[in-house]
Design a protein around this ligand. Structure first.
Ligand SMILES: [Zn+2]
Length: 437
């Protein structure tokens, strides 16, 4: 097994004790970190890299992403002027996802993952939707994730909104992915459901029945992103969206519940009972003007942090989340701890899903590192980590390592051409945007 040594590297594990190790030596064996120490380890190494005093964070985890939205950056605004969340979905996202074919979907995956990797995001949990290209889409996503050397969680959003045939095909695509990738070391399949309000009683029943054929499964679903989702569940005779999902026996410890902005205390109890995981997406919530998760929900449920397709950078998402929340607080009020969401809760979620240790630069963890050319103008110590992470390390990492291999070195991608990916994305975006002009 290849042995690699990183030396002269300042290591920050924001939610570990100690959080800061100055001038560390990181020994890596194959894909795994063997030791992190301030003295040089004995033994011989196949490769030794002197990082010249750079600063390393653990490779970051995006707990909810939509790579299919990667080509929406700069897209023409919808002709209608959406005035609420449901209209935003109808006018923008449901038109866009329906227009995606295989080539544009691939361009989304590649350019979205390029954006993520360059920002030091080394694990992503995706919620995919391309209703005109369903069969094989999750395999394409898993292959693209592998090409980038990332940990990929894949799921296809099942919904009623495109008719029975596409509903059935989407359900099958999820089932096929679970069968194909359950034992894969770097790919974790989940069962994607768009949201309760776009799934009928009959559809939830069909989904639940199909899951009986699987050994293990977990759903990945938007819940209570907007009040309209809760109102729909009430109209259907349930106390809440989560009560509806529970009635269909869809909640378990593998479930990822996204948003949960308007959930009740009894819903929090329900999630705790099933040990289901909630994920908070602050920049998307602000952009859609749907409200804010309560501190209580975030803290009690040890919420994860996702970008909901808004961006690939988790450092930016954490900082934006903190600032959005602060803007709604009075002086002296407590905020949510975004450092904890990003560097403690997300690693816990990802380590459980993928069945391996992710999200820390510590022995036995996968060697995923984001290394920054950062010369701080103030001292770094355990007590000052928060400020350095969210206000100092604001740029892109110069080096990104996953599974013990440098994927980016001195800002250069090592295994493929950034220019080709971008050129293809521009071509595909022009084709896609025709549907909106
Ligand atoms: Zn989402």
């Amino acid at each position: 097994m290849k042995k690699t040594l990183l030396k002269n590297l300042h290591v920050i594990n924001p939610c570990s004790d100690p959080a800061f190790i100055e001038n560390a030596f990181v020994a890596i064996s194959g894909e795994t970190i063997e030791s992190v120490d301030s003295s040089e380890p004995s033994g011989t190494f196949d490769e030794v890299f002197d990082l010249d005093g750079k600063v390393a964070l653990p490779g970051m985890i995006n707990a909810h992403h939509h790579l299919y939205s990667a080509l929406a950056v700069g897209m023409p605004l919808p002709k209608g002027n959406p005035t609420n969340f449901t209209e935003i979905l109808q006018e923008v996202w449901w038109k866009m996802d329906l227009a995606l074919d295989r080539d544009s979907t691939q361009a989304c995956f590649e350019s979205g993952l390029l954006d993520s990797l360059k920002a030091g995001t080394t694990t992503f949990i995706d919620h995919h939707c391309s209703p005109s290209f369903i069969e094989g889409s999750l395999s394409l996503l898993a292959e693209t994730g592998e090409k980038f050397g990332l940990n990929s969680s894949v799921a296809f959003e099942i919904t009623d909104r495109n008719g029975t045939e596409k509903f059935e095909a989407s359900l099958q695509e999820n089932i096929n992915a679970v069968r194909k990738f359950s034992d894969h070391p770097n790919v974790h399949p989940l069962i994607g459901l768009h949201a309760s309000f776009t799934l009928s009683e009959d559809s939830l029943r069909k989904i639940r029945t199909a899951l009986d054929s699987l050994k293990s499964w977990g759903i990945h679903i938007h819940v209570s992103e907007d009040k309209a989702d809760e109102e729909d569940a009430l109209k259907k005779g349930y106390g809440s969206v989560l009560e509806r999902l529970d009635k269909f026996d869809l909640l378990n410890e593998n479930a990822l519940i996204i948003h949960g902005l308007h959930i009740k205390d009894s819903d929090v109890d329900l999630l705790q009972k099933h040990k289901a995981q909630i994920v908070h997406n602050p920049s998307s919530n602000a952009n859609n003007r749907v409200g804010m998760s309560s501190n209580n929900t975030i803290n009690q449920l040890k919420s994860g942090l996702g970008t909901d397709g808004m961006q690939g950078s988790m450092l930016r998402e954490g900082k934006e989340g903190m600032l959005i929340r602060s803007s709604h607080l009075d002086g002296g009020e407590d905020s949510a701890n975004y450092l904890q969401l990003l560097f403690e809760n997300n690693p816990k979620i990802a380590s459980k899903l993928f069945g391996k240790k992710l999200g820390y630069i510590l022995p036995e963890y996968q060697a995923d590192l984001a290394i920054f050319d950062y010369a701080p103008r103030t001292p770094i110590s355990d007590a000052t980590i928060f400020g350095h992470v969210f206000f100092g390390l604001s740029g892109l990492p110069c080096d990104v390592m996953t599974r013990g291999e440098f994927r980016i070195r001195d800002y250069q991608l090592q295994n493929f051409s950034e220019q080709e990916i971008k050129a293809n994305a521009v071509t595909q975006a022009k084709k896609l945007w025709v549907h909106f002009s």
